[in-house]
Write a protein that binds this ligand. Structure first.
Ligand code: SAM
Length: 284
């Protein structure tokens, strides 16, 4: 595992989301939502918002909590997953995120949607949750544990705040072992994970997260490979990012467009990763 001190890692996460390319890309291309979409065969890869709502719905189905149950959104970003779960599934959501500027956006959207009574959010680090034991019926992550410098600690925190019988759902990436990839694929994955500060993606081979969940005391650990469901969106990003990325690469500035690099390089080397849905329980 890459050794990253937590504070340095968190500062680098902030730097990634605060850079101009991330701010513009997430704002204008993704409308503030920072996760991939879910595509059934034949659905247009360009309808990002619809696909993202479907992805949030898939998370809600896996969480499968009754109306009024309380869930923690760890790494909530702009709160889009929380809004879908609060409206479609009528859950009570607490969001936590490292970045104040993501939370400002989340609070504006939650208020505008009239959901302030059902969703609250606060600044915090999911490695050190500011909640007492047994606070939630469910905990979920959507594309955020990749940023963790210490996934074992984050999972221990998720388990601590879950009530007995509570459910953990995570939509997260894993990697193909280094020995099974070409030199180019390894280099591309390493560059993207380092520039976007995603040490857990870089270090977790397929199957490692399931083992870690069991080591941390979770029961009924189950994983599903959902890569083919999100791949159309990555394909769209690879088309949009291709020309700017190639220009930057030719002029020696490839690292300035990290999101374009992600779209182009990771789509090209798509055998290097899996997009997984993990479900686990805290034993009653
Ligand atoms: C790719 S975004 C996903 C946001 C949101 N889950 C969504 O699906 O739109 C990852 C988010 O995780 C947050 N994050 C990263 N590390 C974190 C940590 N240690 N504690 C809390 N939030 C974190 C980032 O600030 C960012 O908002």
């Amino acid at each position: 595992m890459t050794v990253v001190t937590e504070d340095r890692g968190l500062e680098r996460v902030r730097r990634y989301y605060a850079c101009t390319e991330s701010r513009l890309g997430y704002r204008y291309l993704m409308r503030g939502t920072r996760h991939h979409g879910w595509y059934e065969p034949g659905q247009s890869m360009w309808q990002f918002a619809r696909a993202q709502r479907r992805m949030e719905d898939e998370l809600g189905k896996r969480l499968a909590l009754p109306v009024g149950a309380e869930a923690l959104d760890a790494g909530c970003g702009s709160g889009d997953v929380a809004r879908t779960l609060a409206t479609r599934y009528r859950l009570k959501i607490t969001g936590i995120d490292l970045l104040d500027f993501h939370l400002e956006q989340a609070r504006r959207r939650i208020t505008r949607a009239g959901l302030a009574g059902r969703i609250s959010c606060q600044v915090g680090d999911y490695h050190h949750l500011p909640f007492t034991d047994h606070s939630f019926d469910g905990v979920y992550t959507m594309e955020t544990l990749v940023h963790s410098a210490d996934p074992a600690r984050a999972l221990a925190e998720f388990r601590r705040v879950l009530r007995p019988g509570g459910r953990l759902v995570m939509f997260e990436y894993s990697r193909t072992p280094e020995t099974e990839l070409s030199r180019e694929a390894n280099a591309a994955l390493k560059a993207v994970c380092e520039l976007c500060e995603m040490p857990t993606w870089l270090s977790m081979n397929h199957g490692d997260m399931e083992r870690l969940l069991k080591q941390q005391g979770f029961a009924d650990v189950w994983a599903e490979d959902a890569t083919r469901r999100m791949l159309p969106m990555l394909h769209a990003f690879s088309i949009l990012g291709r020309i700017p990325y190639l220009i930057c690469r030719a002029t020696g500035h490839a690292t300035k467009l990290v999101n374009a690099m992600w779209g182009v390089e990771i789509y090209q080397h798509r055998n290097a990763f899996q997009y997984n849905i993990y479900v686990a329980h805290k034993s009653p």
